[in-house]
Design a protein around this ligand. Structure first.
Ligand SMILES: Nc1ncnc2c1ncn2[C@@H]1O[C@H](COP(=O)(O)OP(=O)(O)O)[C@@H](O)[C@H]1O
Ligand SMILES: C[C@@](O)(CCOP(=O)(O)O)CC(=O)O
Ligand SMILES: [Mg+2]
Length: 415
């Protein structure tokens, strides 16, 4: 497919089962309608370069064709064979290109990009990839998976792998995006479960389980109930990669203790799935109880943070609802499922205290929106005056969403 290209994918909220999902336990996550990542691929001004412009993480980098000599055809060959494990030959070839970014936060985003780009597009130069996200980054809401999905969809299209139906993304194409975005997540954080990229690809909500053979089973939950909840971002930075490897270390040190915790988390997710499939006044309290238990188990794994406990303590002391961290923890976000009798005044006070006293950010957002999408070339060209400034200027999140949010903005997306 030719340029320009525009792709998008949502963030997610894990309701039950973060961390235990990495160890093959079931987990439930839903996409977040209003928190999305957008990728705009255009012709670079210099036809000799591959350019990345990731302003959200202050990364603007160009690679000239002369620097690409380490990337042999052999390193890119058979990339499909390596769709489950990273290709050691390609990794070695990427090393010199990534050297200037070593030790920086931007390293993993650039690694994800280069890995997918060379695997799916080859050595083509003269392209520029610009990414903007309306989702907070590194906060537990799956920004890494949404950028990996945007990149997998765009590089899949650019490399000619995804052009079977002009009017929609087929099931096979979505499976392709899911497979390659999982590889992208691997570049960003090592050993992902695959739940985040599955939700960002397919949208809605999923009951997900990684199998012992590395395959994944994900069941779409189409009518995900709109559970009343508040998402709170502590804005405390953390890295999924570090937190996931911390849990791995705990398992090595305390296997008899850590394994049963993970198993119990799986039980919580399975039970939670049953309740969510038939949520009603009678079992709502059970859902809240499972949220409380899941958080306690995550605390036991060592992935909470005093800043997250502030949210839980406030919600508990106001009897407003049940709170658990969501995503990898260590900072980032928590969700509070509101009690059915929580008053609007108490909800407002809860949010206000978190925002004014602790400088946290709260969100009230719908769960279960669309998955990945792209825009037809004609549509982009007809609206370049609307689209281009969003990627070339310091556009705010609301300006981004006003134009680009599927279903809200004036433009048509293909799903
Ligand atoms: N909009 C973006 N622009 C550039 N890189 C991004 C963007 N969103 C995510 N990333 C990459 O993902 C990383 C954060 O992923 P992670 O630690 O898994 O947190 P989360 O997925 O919860 O946001 C960032 O450090 C960066 O490498
Ligand atoms: C901790 C984990 O379960 C979720 C990580 O989510 P996030 O990157 O914090 O949004 C890891 C995974 O499932 O890949
Ligand atoms: Mg992530």
């Amino acid at each position: 497919m030719s340029l320009p290209l525009l792709t998008s994918a949502p963030g997610k909220v894990i309701i039950f089962g973060e961390h235990s999902a990495v160890f093959n336990e079931p987990a439930i996550a839903a996409s977040v309608a209003s928190l999305r990542t957008y990728l705009f691929v255009t012709k670079a001004e210099d036809s000799d370069v591959i350019e990345l412009d990731f302003p959200d993480i202050s990364l603007d980098h160009k690679w000239h064709s002369a620097e690409l000599s380490s990337i042999s055809m052999a390193a890119m060959a058979d990339s499909d064979k390596h769709s489950k494990e990273l290709n050691a030959e390609l990794n070695a070839a990427l090393e010199p290109l990534l050297k200037p970014l070593h030790g920086s936060l931007q390293y993993h985003a650039a690694y994800c990009f280069l890995y997918l780009y060379f695997s799916l597009c080859g050595l083509r130069t003269g392209v520029k990839f610009t990414v903007k996200s309306s989702s907070p980054i590194g906060a537990g809401l799956g920004s890494s998976a949404s950028i990996a999905v945007c990149l997998a969809l765009a590089t899949g299209k650019l490399g000619g792998h995804l052009n079977s139906a002009p009017e929609r993304l087929t099931k096979q194409e979505l499976d392709f995006v899911n497979k390659w975005s999982f590889i992208g997540e691997k570049c960003i954080h090592g050993t992902p479960s695959g739940i985040d990229n599955a939700v960002a690809t397919y949208g809605n909500a999923v009951l997900f389980q990684r199998q012992a053979n590395g395959e994944t089973k994900s069941e779409q939950i189409l009518d995900f109930p709109q559970v009343p909840m508040i998402l709170t971002n502590t804005r405390i930075p953390r890295s999924t990669k570090v937190l996931v490897s911390g849990v791995k270390d705990l398992i090595v040190r305390q296997p008899e203790i850590a394994h049963p915790i993970l198993k119990t988390m799986g039980q919580v997710a399975s039970r939670g799935a049953k309740i969510l499939a038939n949520l009603n006044e009678t079992n709502y309290a059970d859902l809240c109880e499972l949220i409380r238990i899941n958080h306690g188990l995550l605390v036991a794994l060592g992935v909470s943070h005093p800043g997250l406990e502030v949210i839980k303590a406030l919600a508990d002391s106001m009897s407003i609802g049940s709170t658990k961290l969501t995503g990898a923890g260590g900072g980032g976000c928590a969700l509070t499922i509101l009690n059915s009798n929580a008053s609007p005044e108490d909800i407002a006070k809860f949010k206000d205290t978190l925002e004014t006293k602790h400088s946290y950010k709260t969100y009230v957002t719908g769960l279960g929106g669309p998955g990945c999408a792209y825009m037809a070339k004609g549509q982009i060209q007809n609206h370049l005056d609307l689209i281009r400034p969003l990627f070339e200027t310091n556009a705010s999140v609301s300006e981004l969403n006003d134009v680009l949010l599927p279903g809200k903005g004036p433009l048509q997306w293909i799903h």
